[in-house]
Write a protein that binds this ligand. Structure first.
Ligand code: HEM
Length: 435
């Protein structure tokens, strides 16, 4: 039975069964459910919140932060980070200020240096994974455990400044925080407690890194300190009158917050982009040819288009804090009351056939305007410049090795291991021809 027909047979009073069916169908075939909703009920009120599925309406929600706030997860995020953070707040005060600081700390000019760092670390991880497979008589390796997670963590060490923090800690602790804040819809107390404890551990690890760095900077202000985002933050003097000084504690919150915004995203996107290419052999072949070009613009289009089919953040919740008429003047116009949870469905918006031309076709040269993989509006990814370097380059280094590919016949086989995140993905370990 089509989703809405099945949903409507459940009495409105049976909220639990309606929510269970919604979750079950979204898990089984989310794209089909969303396609039906966009056509028949584009603003879909459920007991678990209002699902907003069309591009224009998603953009409206995410661009109106004085009505639609991050209050759904903001308090949880700050509890886990043990302090304030931009993705937990809205408005002129902290969000505006800290986002401005982040834009200065993660500038567009980092694109090429970060790309070079990623290329080196990715090549090194591929060499290690292949060597380890050979040494142990395996013909495959685990793309997530041996490639995407460690490369993402090593970029965090070298570029962001998590110097000396073990890569397993960066990956596993940030995963616990992510899960507790963003993927714990029933507020499982164990998941929550693990996230809060992991956030504290990250904060303490970062405090130690900052202490060491401050000492190194004062002992030898000119030399011998890593040229990374942490050093940049410690050296930056904000203009007089800036609302809040960026002291060591606040620098710590910024950097741990960045890590939460980055590590799982990069790890998963590097895997889902490869999967989406591998299940389309003709596109994969074109992407492989494109990967060899010095100008990476065309190649990057393959990665962002692949991620449109499987983004890390399919939907982001917002809390409606004052009455608002969504999609005013259209047939789907909906009055929303304060207190309503609204799900801005990015994954659906990117397939909105009323806006995106031939949305189910794979087109690497689409306009970036229709790609919401890095979010949209007031809280759109502030790490977009490094993100635009790291993700495509991780995938590119893999495609430059013809012997490293998802196992034939198992291209879709991301293994989530009972977690919300892919944990394993098997790829072949032939050496091929390194670039
Ligand atoms: C690697 C791939 C990345 C992906 C796919 C990604 C994705 C996203 C998305 C979808 C959002 C919006 C969340 C929402 O609206 O609820 C976001 C926000 C954010 N991202 Fe990223 N991100 C990536 C990398 C990074 C990096 C490298 C950094 C920092 C170094 C970063 C820092 C942030 C921060 C701080 C926010 C919140 C901005 C705000 O509240 O104004 N992200 N990201």
């Amino acid at each position: 039975m089509e989703f809405l027909a099945a949903y409507d047979t459940i009495p409105q009073s049976d909220a639990a069964r309606r929510v269970a069916l919604l979750r079950e169908r979204m898990k089984a075939d989310g794209p089909a459910v969303l396609r039906e909703l966009r056509a028949a009920r584009p603003v879909f009120a459920t007991p678990a919140g209002v699902f907003v599925t069309r591009m224009t309406d998603v953009v409206e929600v995410l661009s109106t932060p004085d009505v639609f706030t991050v209050g759904v997860y903001g308090p949880l995020l700050e509890e886990a980070l043990h302090g304030p953070f931009m993705l937990a707040r809205d408005g002129a005060d902290l969000h505006w200020h800290d986002r401005a600081h982040a834009q200065l700390m993660l500038p567009a000019r980092d694109f090429l240096p970060v790309r070079r760092i990623t290329a080196r670390l990715a090549d090194d991880a591929l060499d290690r994974a292949i060597a380890s497979a050979r040494a142990t008589g395996r013909e495959t390796f685990d793309y997530i455990q041996e490639f995407s997670a460690p490369v993402a963590a090593r970029v965090a060490q070298e570029y962001l400044g998590f110097t000396g923090v073990a890569e397993e800690d960066l990956h596993l602790l940030s995963q616990r925080v992510q899960r507790a804040v963003f993927v714990n819809p029933d507020r499982d107390p164990e998941v929550h407690a693990a996230g809060v404890a992991a956030g504290k551990e990250l904060h303490e690890l970062m405090a130690e890194v900052i202490r060491r760095r401050v000492a190194a900077l004062s002992a030898d202000p000119g030399h011998d300190v890593p040229d990374d985002v942490l050093t940049r933050m410690l050296r930056t003097v904000l203009p007089p009158g800036a609302d809040r000084p960026m002291d060591e504690e606040r620098i710590n919150h910024q950097l741990v917050g960045y890590l939460i915004g980055y590590q799982q995203n990069a790890t998963q996107c590097a895997a889902t982009a490869l999967k989406e290419l591998a299940i389309r052999p003709e596109e994969l072949a074109r992407a492989e040819r494109s990967a060899a070009a010095d100008d990476t613009t065309a190649f990057d289009g393959y990665v962002w288009e692949a991620l449109r089919f499987h983004p890390f953040v399919p939907s982001t919740p917002r809390l409606c804090v004052r009455e608002h008429v969504l999609a005013a003047g259209t047939p789907r116009e909906t009055r929303l009351a304060p207190g309503t949870v609204v799900h801005a469905h990015l994954a659906s918006a990117m397939f909105d056939e009323t806006v995106v031309e031939d949305p189910y076709a794979f087109r690497p040269d689409r306009t970036p305007v229709h790609n919401l993989v890095l979010g949209h509006g007031a809280h759109a990814c502030v790490g977009r410049y490094p993100a635009r370097a790291i993700l495509p380059e991780m995938v590119r280094r893999v495609l430059l090795r013809p012997g490293v590919r998802p196992l034939p016949g198992a291209e879709r086989a991301l293994d989530y291991g009972d977690t919300p995140y892919p944990q394993h993905y098997t790829v072949t370990a032939d050496t091929g021809a390194p670039s």
